[in-house]
Design a protein around this ligand. Structure first.
Ligand SMILES: Cc1cc2nc3c(=O)[nH]c(=O)nc-3n(C[C@H](O)[C@H](O)[C@H](O)COP(=O)(O)OP(=O)(O)OC[C@H]3O[C@@H](n4cnc5c(N)ncnc54)[C@H](O)[C@@H]3O)c2cc1C
Length: 809
């Protein structure tokens, strides 16, 4: 037997076994068989057998392996392991992993993805959307809210309280609506289309706040007291964590409480004296109950032997003496109620701690756990709703507004941003649906919620910029008829709150993802922290060798995918989406490999190398965004008319993944590793392109043409055509304009003359006088001209109207 043939067989087998993630014992046995075969043909001699024995025996005999390999490596691991604060540890422990873990591990199961049930609204939830939500949307005058009164008008406050908008998540037994996360998301999407102030006002109490914390951790007495009052709107809650000195680093809040005896309502009780200075607190100016995060100290050891108990959350009625509340911040002309609050030695009983005194010091864990859920709902939904509304409005405007004798939407320069908005709208709806669906399945998906929060708020910001550019001056000039500018102005608010985006990208997504989604890293970390040395060694040994096999497998898979262009990978569908599944599987294998190599070569430094962590997070995020898009397409029964949205969105994600990997490799600190990585991942260079011009043309056309795909894109938005709703009116005028285009064409053809498209009333006269069109057609032209004029009009004001009326502004 030829030695070359034997070597070829050995390499192929190694590759196959690594690809299929074979166990260490299977590797060893297969190799032993291969060597025996080689011996038969005199290829393998005694030296090779000795070498094999020296490597294979210690690896396969547990006691030797643990003593001589795992133990020294465990000691080294403890040394290089990044130091973690307790707040970081609690943040990492919070929540659960879901399909994000599959994407992280290099071999996603696409059937599993498509088998997750599609979230659906219950009858009660649908009725709420068709009833109170529709009604409150019709009550909104956003200019009145944002410019004239800087608040919701009293009738809207009353309506949302009476109709339990603040009780979407509160259980029915307490008088709440107990809606699913998916229903909550749909409510917020619809509200945000008409008013960001309304959506924020409703979103916050249903997200991270006293309601959620009470339901999860409150004592029965606290639940019985507060939840019915929150559900009926009798109490207005807010939650105060952020301090002037502690923003992103919220674990470092200087606000404190000292346990002591004191008088409360005439009785001597064990309580705490609270002192705080908080800012940016949504609903604080009008709150009746303040959820407060502070550090609890027990210097006299009145509660336990521990003096520093840590971050604690309590509910404080805002009418107690020593509390300052009521002043407002002015966030980017989106005047939802938001402001600072201070407390000076406010004494309250220990019973005011959420969950009672047993929960003293558990505040950080409570907050991060709730954030794992809330962060996936409120801001992503508000962003998705805003972009869906902007997509329809901008599509309509592009078809209605003409320059150079044609609709601006037919110009290639406009098609480009229009396509980005359309694809984003499709993807963002897909991501909110899939992520809230995970919550309704019982998950608390901390990594997914960070991905959804970061990417959907960023996509909202970029889409609003695109929409503004397309509208030109119409977007710039503020007034009652401007339906875009407030969304554009307010976009950075969503980017900043619930974890400012740079931090979320640089630290949270990959930081949590690497530890939570990786099959072995958490087990290794836990083993390293275990004080029982024997158990620690056993666990570490098991995790370490699993990890090594996993890493080898991902290298083998990555190389195989690169060399075959991933064309031999399986896909659940053999249609236009087939390549997407193959490429996503390939990039998932690349992520698993890159992640291990980054952790191994950078160790504790990876925590400081935020650019590396951010790019790894970008890969994971885009894998998730593309998966959600493909799931939506599948859940909606693979309607081929929607394919341009799907193709644009997924190709954009794939391109971004390639870009993130490319940048990561180029900037990898170790240049030798960087070169090896490039050979494994991009042996033929980077070859994926951004979505093509042809695809962008198709998406832009869909946005400008009433059709089933466009209707699906705007599903759930407030589009009622009552004459007052700007978005409904735009939809009507778009349809009319398209009919008028055909009538105009008919007249031009009959007269064999290219007439200008507008004014349409003059076209109507020409058509009628030449008996080319019917009276009804002439009427349509005339009314559409009025609509067209309304669409292109902008507001103007007397100088005095623009002057602030309050002397302090
Ligand atoms: C309108 C509004 C409403 C809010 N509502 C509430 C509320 O109801 N309750 C509440 O408690 N808080 C609330 N917040 C606070 C909000 O969650 C914090 O503002 C946010 O976490 C950021 O803190 P900061 O603004 O102080 O920014 P800073 O912490 O000063 O951060 C500044 C910049 O540095 C970046 N950064 C910070 N650390 C890192 C890092 N390690 N790596 C990379 N970049 C980093 C951030 O991403 C940001 O871009 C609200 C804020 C606003 C503006």
């Amino acid at each position: 037997m030829d030695i070359i043939l034997w070597l070829f067989a050995a390499i192929s087998l190694t590759w196959f076994m690594s690809y299929t993630r074979a166990s260490l014992s299977s590797y060893s046995l297969t190799f032993a068989a291969l060597m025996a075969f080689g011996s038969l043909f005199n290829i393998i001699g005694i030296v090779s057998w000795l070498l094999f024995a020296v490597i294979a025996l210690p690896l396969n005999i547990d006691t030797i392996r643990r003593q001589f390999i795992s133990m020294p490596l465990l000691a080294l691991f403890k040394k290089i392991m990044p130091q973690m604060s307790s707040t970081e540890q609690e943040a990492i422990d919070a929540g659960t992993t879901w399909f994000d873990a599959d994407l992280f591990r290099g071999d996603p199961d696409w059937k599993k993805l498509h088998n997750y049930p599609r979230p659906r609204l219950s009858t009660q939830e649908q009725e709420f959307l068709d009833g109170p939500v529709e009604q409150v949307c019709s009550m909104v005058n956003d200019w009145h809210i944002t410019h004239e009164i800087a608040d919701l008008p009293p009738e809207i406050w009353q309506f949302i309280k009476e109709n339990k908008f603040f009780a979407l998540i509160i259980k029915k037994q307490y008088g709440g609506l107990e809606f699913s996360a998916y229903a909550q998301s749909r409510v917020l999407q619809k509200l945000t289309g008409v008013s960001s102030v309304l959506a924020s006002t409703v979103g916050v109490p249903n997200s991270l706040g006293p309601g959620e914390l009470l339901q999860e951790y409150g004592t029965k007495a606290q639940q019985d007291h507060y939840l019915p009052r929150l559900a009926s709107g009798e109490e207005i809650p807010c939650f105060a964590l952020t301090s002037p000195e502690a923003g992103s680093d919220a674990g470092s809040i200087p606000d404190y409480g000292i346990i002591c005896h004191g008088q409360f309502e005439g009785k001597d009780v064990l309580g705490m004296k609270l002192t705080w200075d908080k800012r940016y607190i949504t609903l604080a100016p009008i709150a009746t109950v303040l959820g407060l995060a502070f550090k609890l100290q027990d210097p006299d050891q009145l509660l336990s032997e521990q003096q520093d108990l840590g971050i604690t959350c309590a509910l404080i009625p805002t009418n107690l003496s020593g509390i300052t509340i009521g002043r407002r911040h002015f966030p980017l002309n989106i005047p939802f109620q938001n402001g600072p609050t201070q407390g000076d030695a406010v004494f309250v009983p220990l019973d005011f701690i959420i969950g009672g005194s047993n929960m003293a010091g558990q505040g950080w864990r409570m907050l991060v756990e709730c954030l794992s859920v809330g962060r996936a709902i409120t801001l992503p939904s508000n962003s998705a709703g805003g972009v869906k509304a902007a997509a329809l409005a901008t599509g309509a405007y592009s078809r209605i507004r003409r320059q150079f004798k044609m609709p601006i939407g037919k110009m290639e320069g406009i098609e480009e941003p229009l396509a980005r908005i359309g694809a984003n709208a499709y993807l963002m709806d897909a991501v909110t649906t899939m992520s809230t669906g995970a919550i309704d399945l019982g998950e608390k998906p901390s990594v997914i919620s960070a991905i959804a929060k970061y990417h959907l708020t960023e996509k909202m910001r970029s889409s609003m910029i695109d929409a503004m550019d397309i509208h030109g001056g119409k977007g710039i000039c503020m007034g009652p008829n401007n339906y875009l500018a407030r969304g554009y102005q307010g976009a950075p608010i969503a980017v900043t709150v619930e974890g400012a985006n740079i931090l979320t990208r640089s630290m949270i997504i990959y930081g949590q993802g690497a530890i939570r989604c990786h099959p072995y890293v958490l087990a290794e970390l836990e083993a390293a922290n275990n004080s029982d040395n024997e158990q620690a060694l056993n666990d570490f040994d098991h995790a370490l060798f699993g990890h090594i096999g996993f890493s080898i497998s991902n290298i083998g898979r990555s190389l195989w995918c690169s060399l075959t262009g991933s064309r031999l990978l399986s896909s659940p569908y053999e249609d236009e989406t087939r390549r997407y599944y193959q490429l996503l599987t390939r990039y998932s294998a690349n992520l698993a490999m890159l992640s291990d190599i980054a952790m191994l070569s950078l160790g504790a430094d990876l925590k400081r190398k935020e650019r590396i962590s951010a790019r790894l997070g970008d890969i994971l995020s885009n894998l998730y965004l593309a998966s959600a898009t493909l799931k939506r397409y599948n859940d909606e029964r693979r309607k081929t008319a929607d394919l341009p949205f799907v193709q644009y969105a997924v190709e954009d994600c794939l391109y971004d993944i390639q870009h993130a990997i490319d940048e990561l490799i180029s900037n990898f600190p170790n240049k030798i590793i960087s070169k090896i990585l490039r050979v494994i991942i991009f042996p033929l260079g980077t070859w994926l392109n951004k979505p093509s011009d042809e695809l962008s043309h198709k998406v832009a056309l869909l946005l400008q043409t009433p059709c089933a795909s466009r209707t699906r894109l705007g599903q759930g938005q407030y589009l009622t055509r009552d004459g007052c709703n700007i978005f409904g009116r735009l939809e009507q005028i778009l349809e009319d304009i398209i009919h008028c285009e055909a009538i105009h064409e008919k007249i031009c053809r009959a007269l064999d003359k290219k007439l200008p498209f507008y004014p349409l009333n003059e076209i109507a006269e020409i058509g009628l006088s030449n008996t080319i069109i019917s009276k009804a057609e002439a009427e349509l032209l005339t009314t559409t001209e009025l609509g067209r004029q309304w669409v292109i009009a902008v507001d103007d004001f007397d100088s005095e109207e623009l002057t602030a009326t309050s002397p302090s502004i």
